[in-house]
Design a protein around this ligand. Sequence first.
Ligand code: AMP
Length: 233
Amino acid sequence: MVLLGPPGAGKGTQARMLREVANVPQVASGDLLRAAVRTKTPLGVAAAGYMDRGDLVPDELVLNLIEERLNAPDAQAGFILDGFPRSVKQAEALRAILVRSRGAGLDRVIALTVPDEEIVRRISGRRTCRKCGAMYHVTFEPPRVNGVCDKCGGELYQREDDSEETVRNRLKIYDSTTRPLLDYYGKSGILALIDGTGKPEQVESRVQTALAGILPLPPRKKVQKPSVRPAGK
Ligand code: AMP
């Protein structure tokens, strides 16, 4: 399945919650790219500038990364894509990859909807620890001491791509390039639009309702059957 939505809509949070229930990996293009930037692979070096500005990384860099990840053994029973595809062209490439490798398409696309101003509030308040990567929010999840990580004492900073200016650029790109995917997947009848506002658990329960029939059911409690029929029946 695919989780769609603007940056800050909660795709990562929902994907992490869902992967526990569905027992399939979360495949987040942003995380794959950030790992490549951190380890300074040639792909990471080429992608870094686009990411800092909040622009999309060119398809030829992203597609190989995704295909390789989807072909890994742990993704064979299924996967939750988060942050990919981000354009109709990427969606068509994904379809080709899936048909080629497993002869089947996507089961469901969940699109999280959140108003722009709420997104700017969510992302521009994010702070990340330089040392351990833990995330905080100045209003919704502040650290005990301003600017200091609760977990390791590291310095908290605002990621380049979390500044208000970059968030607004990312929202513009979402509108022009990613939003058309709602039409694309809407036509194939696998799209569910989900209200992404409120607490993560509230959104999770809406998402799970939309995935009824796809997610494995929780194990049923065993009911002890009487071994003999009651008298008279
Ligand atoms: P994310 O963590 O999903 O918000 O992604 C962070 C950044 O990585 C984005 O602002 C883009 O620069 C880049 N990125 C992530 N996914 C894609 C994608 N599917 N296509 C192009 N660029 C991407």
